[in-house]
Design a protein around this ligand. Structure first.
Ligand code: GLC
Ligand code: CA
Length: 557
């Protein structure tokens, strides 16, 4: 077995704007993270991934970078960040930064020069393409809606490509000079002592350009851009080069946002692969249709969910190593997504935690997930900040949905659901900020769901997550949970999820009831120990009756 420290890690994802404000401006910052290091240490996590904090006009929450080398003043200074690295290291926490290199901000100096001067060398850093008679080169739809081509002002027939918002022009990875600039930047941060990166939208860096009008797939006359820019032939050689010039040299921990087709997976996450691991989307995007339209329900069921988890685990284990997650800054809160509203309670929240934390792979816990935070109910579209939320709403209206229906669908999926301020305690602004306003509304349920209240309650979701983390990092079951083989039970009651983890003589069984009714399963007589349960008073029996949303972990010794 190929032991690696990052296989044994438990990662905590921080969305810096919403984690902790330290200077009353209602926006989270680096000092806020420093002030909360003790909380993270007590939780037991070993790595933090911090979403972009670089200089940015914040059109897309910082995923639009204007300067790769500076921390944005709203978050603090580069010195603050250096202090964070040092102080985190002192408490045994390593840091991953977000690497966003498919695009920059349109306010990056490279782009500004490129835009202002048709003869600038920087034009080759991006995709400036001639249209036909003033019309864009093709009818690709950007991921955030609308054409992926933006006309260049004062030039009649030139456009630049943006797969995301028009303030996020795509970089041209065919250009060696650009690639060298990027490698220099990556190595700059690695030299500072960060452990590695979460890598944004990386499968999009290779484009297959096509011209002319393509068959539209929506009412807007446009077509999903992913078919031509996601995982295109040739992307592998770029990824290999990035790895060799940067990550490999530093033996970094890298996790790529990359829905890699199964037959390519070993090149990505196998031994010597491009990355340590990748985020798969199969069960987190289970509620979204293939073209990513939030307003067209996918009609998923828990049975699909179970099969997707099983398949993902089996394939990942065959090819290499995986990342586990239920939430991130692009996803709604997991309890709101997977559990019907009337069933959201301590039991179902802990059930989800168990299901995910006992799988094989490195877990990523998103801030507030450990508290069981839920989606927010906004009163109107104006309350949403997220660019994708507004674009999806517009497109939903275009398909003929009423305003009410569109609002309802979009609210379920809005990325702002997970971006509301962290709920620390029951003081005003949930202890997130001492200012009068916060950049995004605090979820009014903070008086019930908050870290301080949960810390004092033995049976809270927070204390349950602590146990799950402890099991993985320091308990006697550490090895089987990290390195054990994943064995799904496809013959179990189909209203349950049952799987085993096997390492030498140790076996663990995880049994999950994802319904609000009792379910019975049959278990092997060797399972005699209760390792963890979300109910009191578990009686082990060959015929095991699982109560509503009951989840348990049993061991053979
Ligand atoms: C990734 C990020 C998302 C961002 C997009 C564009 O998907 O997770 O938040 O909007 O890339 O950078
Ligand atoms: Ca602040």
């Amino acid at each position: 077995m190929n032991n690696k420290w990052w296989k044994e890690a438990v990662v905590y994802q921080i969305y810096p704007k919403s984690f902790q404000d330290s200077n009353e401006d209602g926006i989270g910052d680096v000092r806020g993270i420093i002030n909360r290091l003790q909380y993270l240490k007590d939780l037991g996590i070993t790595v933090i991934w911090i979403c972009p904090m670089y200089k940015s006009p914040m059109d897309d929450g910082g995923y639009d970078i204007a300067d790769y080398y500076s921390i944005d003043p709203i978050f603090g200074s580069n010195e603050d960040f250096d202090e964070l690295i040092r102080k985190a290291e002192k408490v045994g926490i390593r840091i991953l930064l977000d690497l966003v290199v498919n695009h920059t901000s349109d306010e990056h100096e490279w782009f500004e020069e490129a835009l202002n001067d048709p003869d600038s060398e920087y034009r080759k850093y991006y995709h400036f393409v001639k249209g036909s008679n003033g019309r864009p080169p093709n009818n690709w739809r950007s991921y955030f809606g609308g054409s992926a081509w933006e006309p260049v002002p004062h030039e009649k027939n030139t456009f630049y490509l943006h797969a995301f918002s028009k303030k996020q022009p795509d970089l041209n990875w065919e250009n060696e000079e650009l690639r060298e600039e990027i490698y220099k930047m990556i190595n700059y941060w690695l030299d500072k002592g960060i452990a590695g990166f979460r890598i944004d939208a990386i499968l999009n860096i290779k484009k297959s350009m096509v011209r002319g009008r393509l068959e539209p797939d929506g009412e807007d006359g446009l077509v999903y851009i992913g078919h031509w820019i996601m995982n295109q032939p040739g992307v592998q050689s770029l990824l290999k080069e990035i790895n060799e010039r940067t990550f490999k040299v530093h033996d970094s921990f890298t996790v790529a946002e990359a829905a890699v087709p199964n037959d390519h997976l070993d090149q990505y996450i196998g031994p010597g692969g491009f990355f340590s691991m990748v985020f798969d989307f199969s069960y987190t995007d289970i509620d979204v249709n293939e073209t990513g339209d939030w307003f067209k329900p996918s009609g998923w069921t828990w049975t699909d969910m179970r099969e997707k988890i099983f398949i993902n685990q089996e394939i990942t284990q065959e090819k290499g190593w995986g990342a586990l997650y239920l939430e991130n800054h692009d996803q709604p809160r997991s309890v709101s997504k997977y559990i019907p509203k009337h069933d959201i309670n301590q039991y179902s929240k802990k059930m989800l935690g168990t299901l995910f934390m006992m799988l094989r792979g490195t877990p990523f816990i998103y801030q507030g997930q450990e508290l069981g935070m839920t989606n927010i109910e906004m009163d109107s579209m104006e309350e949403y900040e997220d660019i994708a939320t507004h674009d999806q709403y517009k497109r939903a209206l275009l398909t003929g949905l009423s305003k009410e229906a569109a609002f309802k669908m979009i609210s379920k999926r809005s990325r702002d659901n997970s971006r509301t301020p962290m709920q620390w305690d029951d003081s005003e602004q949930a202890g997130f900020s001492e200012g009068d306003n916060t950049w995004l509304k605090v979820n009014p349920n903070y008086t019930e769901i908050n870290a301080e209240k949960e810390r004092l309650d033995d049976r809270s979701v927070l204390n349950y997550y602590k146990k799950l983390i402890e099991l993985r990092t320091t308990s006697n079951y550490r090895e089987v949970i990290v390195y054990g083989k994943f064995v799904p039970d496809r013959t179990a009651n189909d209203q349950t999820i049952v799987y085993e983890r096997v390492w030498q003589d140790t076996k663990l069984l995880t049994a999950i009831n994802f319904t609000n009714e009792k379910q019975t399963i049959t278990i092997d007589e060797n399972y005699t120990q209760v390792v963890l349960s979300n109910y009191q008073g578990v009686l082990i029996n060959e015929k095991l009756c699982l109560r509503p949303y009951e989840s348990m972990v049993l061991a053979n010794r």
